[in-house]
Design a protein around this ligand. Structure first.
Ligand SMILES: C[S@@+](CC[C@H](N)C(=O)[O-])C[C@H]1O[C@@H](n2cnc3c(N)ncnc32)[C@H](O)[C@@H]1O
Length: 239
């Protein structure tokens, strides 16, 4: 039997059994963190949200915003997830403070308790985790206040594949205008999407000021033998 076939046969015979690290109900649905071999997986409200097979686009959400700003001192991250965007932000020494806003309280608790190494060690002098709905933070109704140089939003699988139906507003004009409103001059808002989202780009153009720049960045990711096109939508605020 050729080696490749033997390997496929063996993997069919011995599927990796996932191990649940944490499972809790929340008002916004069940949150599950589990380990499948080396891979860490997150499910929110019955929906696969992300895993650690390829986190390049979660990192790019941070690095694409960071490279567009000369002095990104304060950063707001919407959606802790498995912490890859936040860690990439913290890797930039220019960043003095990061506010991470996460809806699922258990996930924040597991990050604090060190349930999985990927999620551990984020909170500290330069980083605060907040249990809130990021929409409420943008509306100035809860959580951290002030203005930020970067606002990074990754709370769903994109506007066409919502984890929570209530998140739909985050991709529309009124809340995007709020997101622009919490940016300092020259600030940058970036929204992650698992698919091209022309409607989101249109909503961003509606809230943009005359000096703002809007960009779509398509990201190609190969996984499970398929090619996916994720996207980042950026609003760079004028000075
Ligand atoms: C795809 S994950 C984020 C991945 C993250 N960028 C990373 O690097 O790991 C989405 C996260 O957003 C959270 N979330 C969903 N809706 C939210 C909301 N309205 N406010 C804050 N967090 C939210 C989910 O619970 C989940 O942890």
């Amino acid at each position: 039997m050729p080696a490749l076939v033997a390997c496929a046969y063996a993997s069919r015979m011995e599927p990796v059994v996932p191990v649940t690290l944490g499972r809790e109900d929340t008002p916004a649905g069940e949150v599950v963190l589990r380990r499948r071999g080396e891979v860490l997986e997150l499910f929110v409200d019955g929906t696969f949200t992300m895993d650690t097979v390829d986190t390049s686009t979660e990192v790019l959400l941070a690095t694409e915003a960071l490279r567009r700003h000369p002095a990104p001192g304060r950063v707001l991250v919407g959606g802790l997830g498995l912490g890859f965007t936040t860690r990439a932000v913290l890797d930039d020494a220019r960043v003095r403070h990061v506010d991470v806003v996460e809806l699922a309280e258990p996930l924040v608790r597991w990050a604090r308790e060190g349930l999985a190494p990927e999620l551990s060690g984020l909170e500290g002098d330069r980083c605060a985790l907040h249990v809130e709905d990021v929409a409420d933070v943008l509306r100035r109704g809860a959580g951290p206040s002030g203005c930020w140089d970067l606002v990074l939003l990754d709370v769903d699988n994109g506007p066409g594949f919502l984890v929570h139906p209530g998140n739909a507003d985050l991709y529309r004009t009124p809340l995007l205008a709020r997101a622009r409103g919490v940016l300092r001059p020259a600030g940058v808002l970036v929204v992650w999407s698992s698919h091209a989202a022309p409607d989101l780009e249109q909503h961003l153009r509606r809230v943009a000021g005359p000096q703002d720049r809007i960009e779509e960045t398509v990201l190609e990711v190969a996984r499970d033998g398929r090619t996916f096109h994720y996207a980042l939508y950026t609003l760079a605020r004028g000075r």
